[in-house]
Design a protein around this ligand. Sequence first.
Ligand code: GLV
Length: 318
Amino acid sequence: MNAKPKVLFTNLIPDEWIGTLKDKVEIIQDNPDDRFDRIGEVEGIFSLLDVPIKAEVLKNANSLKVISNMAVGFDNIDVNWCTENRIPVGNTPDAVTDSTADIAFGLIIAASRNFQKASADARSGQWKGWSLTNWLGMELSEKKLGILGMGKIGQAVAKRALGFKMKVIYHNRKQLDHFVEADYVSFEKLLQESDILSLHCPLTEETLGLIGRQELKMMKSSAILVNTARGKVVDQKALIDALKDGTIRAAGLDVTDPEPLPIMNELFKLDNCFLLPHVGTSTIDARKKMAMAACDNLLAGLRGEKLPYCVNPQIYSM
Ligand code: GLV
């Protein structure tokens, strides 16, 4: 009988989420400090988004057949290196769609209705009675939600927004032919017209710092920025300034740069910023689906088959 293929797990995953994988592979897992020491032995890597997997460690992975990232994002992995070396990289898009869209919509409501200030006031003795003029927010109905990146999550957020009687506009690499309830607009128009701008693009060389000082200035002063994508898509220093000087009204963030965000960071001091610690996919449902999809990608790669979800499918025609 053949030995089970060795797979490096960068993080501990609950047994019940990975089902029968343990019967099929030998799991290699070491302390964070020496987690890559045995990379030369493994045929697969099962990773999470908080562990960078860069060329300097990959160059020692002499038997590697597949990297399976249990996340939709893959900016923690040097995908260019993997493509050059014909290593497929898997991700878990469908599994995260609804939980991430829920969090984006939660942030839309939280930022537009002043959850940060209202909750802080209630907890610190500033709730003196029902107030006519305190904690006033913005109603969502009839407002324009702008979506940057109309992939699966962007579309799921758009569907939620339509249920709230919002108008939806979007900018994407391509106009979609099947989402007729939302209007395709240029990037500039998206910035200028959105009452709420929600980011749903991956972090790539093109999207790094895409929302900078200039772009924030193009937004309405009453607008809200929501980010459930990646912190680095936004120039965070420029965002802090924009929130302080009223260039925009508020922000709802599930992602920051860096993560975790140091407790002294100015974002934590702003009443008009509602911040979560990257919990977009933090539901048991999503995590189970993500783990299952990541196991499927891993096992397909170990067998030398095409991954069900592959971020660099061009390797199959190289
Ligand atoms: C979450 O941020 C993910 O990429 O899955």
